[in-house]
Write a protein that binds this ligand. Structure first.
Ligand code: MLT
Length: 268
């Protein structure tokens, strides 16, 4: 499905019934990463999973993909499709950075937050240099070079070795992201604001999920967020890397279901 939000045309999937929940994908990915959730959680939650600007089937506007703009796109989409509010928002990695942007601008539209494989801090100087290097690679060598470099780090070493079909699926999703979008994301992430101060303000139920073997964002980042968000619960998922929701869909879905039942449906 597709609609116009903030002058941006957005493709999205919507499925299920129950507590409203919006899924925000990471970089360089698309809404397709949420297929195991859109199928597996349909009896539990009413889900909306958009393609962020320039990803999947959503066209790209000009310029950098600022986290707050991508958050506004989602708010616009929710209005357009009359998605029920307040809703829970679940952001994975860059989707988590967008989630913080959403909270800063639209907190009253949220009932809860799920932070998956993400971090609150801004990029370090070293991190910024790595963004510039990746952007140069995307511009000069094309998107495929970035995918080749990044793919092994998206999954746990075990998944990468033992699940070639999943590796191919992730590779296909990454290959659907054009080089221009990668550059736009990298510039947006490079300049994103530090969300650490926001953590102490959040007074909503928060579930933090992280893969034990995440090679892109260390588990200690999840622990830091858990220490600062007062109503948060932390669950480390074993045998999972950065794409924990695809690598361990049953465990991920069970954690989400329990969080929703405990906090929103009163069926604990
Ligand atoms: C992501 O998966 O969204 C990115 O790896 C996050 C990042 O590079 O900071």
């Amino acid at each position: 499905m597709r609609t116009e939000a903030n002058d941006v045309s957005m493709a999205y999937d919507e499925n299920g019934s129950g507590t409203p929940l919006v899924f925000v994908h990471g970089y360089p990915l698309s809404r397709k990463i949420w297929d195991p959730q859109l199928k597996g959680l349909a009896n539990v939650t009413h889900m909306l999973a958009p393609d962020l600007r320039g990803h999947g089937d959503s066209p790209a506007p000009e310029g950098a993909n600022w986290m707050h703009d991508m958050a506004s796109d989602i708010a616009g989409l929710m209005e357009q499709v009359s998605f029920p509010i307040p809703a829970v928002i679940c952001g994975l990695s860059m989707g988590g950075y967008v989630t913080f942007g959403f909270y800063r601008q639209f907190a009253p539209r949220l009932s809860g937050i799920i932070l998956a494989a993400t971090r609150a801090g801004a990029d370090s100087e070293e991190g910024k240099q790595a963004r510039d290097k990746a952007a140069a690679m995307a511009r000069e060598k094309g998107a495929a070079a970035v995918v080749e470099d990044m793919l092994p780090k998206m999954l746990s070493p075990k998944t990468y070795r033992d699940k070639p079909e999943l590796v191919a699926q992730v590779q296909a999703i990454m290959n659907s992201v054009p080089a221009e979008t990668m550059v736009a994301d990298l510039m947006g992430m490079r300049e994103r604001v530090d969300a650490t101060v926001t953590l102490e303000e959040i007074d909503l139920p928060v579930l933090i999920l992280h893969g034990a073997d995440d090679r892109l964002i260390p588990v200690k980042e999840a622990e830091k967020m858990h220490n600062l968000i007062r109503r948060s619960k932390l669950e480390i998922i074993p045998e999972a890397g950065h794409l924990l929701n695809m690598e361990q869909p049953e465990r991920f879905n069970a954690a989400v279901e329990q969080f929703l039942r405990e906090n929103f449906t009163g069926r604990g």
